[in-house]
Design a protein around this ligand. Structure first.
Ligand code: AMP
Length: 394
């Protein structure tokens, strides 16, 4: 019988569960959505029949139903050797993944004010799995941990000192698991070691962030105190003038309402007025929808500006790396971004870019580009599975 590892990723109203074998091949994955709603549902990937959930099922009930479904289908014939949890915010407490005990739970709770939509549901997932598997090692893998190597000049905001000392107002950065994986995978493709690899990693999905990685360590990143800062995203604005909040307050829009709009109704959705989905946006632009074309231009220009900004943290660049749903799949976004980078000497090969580097070990740069450009599919679940197994067998 094979050893397995479970990976749990709880979002505010959804969750993902993945099952890996001892060689880190994914055996099964499952999804539950619309949790705490009357039409909550769950299913295992590539299985037609849904997993039955009661109306208003919560994270705990959905996890119990999915674990049961894995067992019934003989996907998991005995308890896993480890369970890894994605946890969004580890504050300054967690510089790496951590086995979960009472002290870990208390520390995750104490970071909840920094991620009120995420940490409480991450904890709900942890507690649900502890009830289902009381003797199995559970491990928390934090989105923020990889960025704990940022130097102070990169993580501090130019605000009154006590904002940081008293309330922890600083740049934390997110998508750390993905950026860490990019550093690791890029080093393999470049025939180097992670500790000698310096890259700029652009994670472009529904959420987007970019990180400067020097000799394997995160030294600057675009997301900040919250995942709202930085690049243009699906529904998030990224950077705006902080003066906007007072300007809007004078027009009757509270800070809370402005925050909601900046998170949920801005970014590609706000600019296009149509969609937060980059693929649909490209289709609309192709059919002459000008706001969609503008949204693409703003997205690419902001990204190119940040690529330039990230070079300030590096003394050498081994590769520019694209990942995430957009970064891996959109030749157009990579091409439009690279057009702004000619001063850096970054040139793409149009054929390799169109093929997403699939026939060239991820490389999409032209032969005369000053720097390699790579497309690398991200795999945050794999990193979490490896970390969980490593800490469980330590
Ligand atoms: P993620 O959050 O990493 O799953 O990425 C989701 C984003 O990737 C959405 O905006 C998708 O539209 C986008 N995406 C996926 N495939 C493509 C594609 N072929 N072209 C453009 N965007 C894509």
């Amino acid at each position: 019988m094979e050893d397995t590892i479970l990976v749990v990723n709880c979002g505010s109203s959804s969750l993902k569960l993945a099952l890996f074998d001892q060689n880190y091949n994914k055996i099964a994955s499952a999804l539950a959505e619309r949790l705490n709603n009357t039409d909550a549902f769950a299913r295992i990937k590539n299985v037609d029949d849904p997993v039955v959930l009661s109306a208003n099922a919560d994270h705990k009930q959905a996890l119990a139903a999915l674990v049961n479904a894995f067992r019934e289908r003989q996907l998991m014939t005995r308890d896993p050797i480890a369970i890894g949890h994605r946890v969004v915010h580890g504050g300054e407490t967690f510089r790496e993944a951590s086995p979960i005990d009472d002290a870990t739970i208390a520390a995750i709770e104490s970071c909840s004010s920094l991620a009120p939509l995420h940490n409480p549901v991450n904890l709900a997932g942890i507690q649900a799995m502890q009830a289902l598997f009381p003797t199995i090692t559970q491990v928390a893998v934090f989105d923020t941990a990889y960025h704990q190597t940022l130097p102070e000049r990169a993580f501090r905001y130019a605000l009154p000192d006590h904002y940081y000392r008293d309330w922890g107002v600083r740049r934390y950065g997110f998508h750390g698991t993905s950026h860490y994986y990019m550093a690791h995978e890029a080093s393999l493709l470049l025939d180097k070691t992670p500790a000698t690899t310096s890259i700029i990693s652009a994670h472009l999905g529904n959420g987007c962030s970019i990180t400067a990685i020097r000799d394997g360590l995160s030294v600057d990143t675009s997301m900040g105190l919250t995942p709202l800062e930085g690049l243009v995203m699906g529904t998030r604005s990224g950077d705006v003038d902080p003066g906007l909040f007072d300007f809007l307050a004078a027009r009757g829009i509270s800070a809370r309402e402005a925050h909601r709009v900046l998170n949920n109704e801005s970014g590609l959705l706000g600019l296009s007025g149509q969609t937060n989905d980059m693929r649909s946006l490209c289709d609309l632009a192709d059919h002459g929808h000008e706001p969609s074309q503008l949204a693409i231009e703003v997205f690419c220009f902001r990204l190119a500006r940040y690529i330039g900004a990230m070079t300030a943290s590096l003394s050498r660049l081994d590769a520019l790396v694209f990942t995430g749903g957009i970064g891996e799949n959109s030749a157009r976004i990579r091409r439009e971004t690279a057009k702004h980078l000619c001063l850096l000497g970054i040139e793409l090969d149009s054929d390799l870019n169109r093929d997403h580097g699939r026939w060239s070990d991820g490389r999409i740069n032209a032969a005369d580009s000053r720097y390699p450009v790579l497309v690398i599919p991200t795999n945050e679940e794999l990193v979490i599975a490896r970390e969980a197994a490593r800490l469980a067998t330590n």
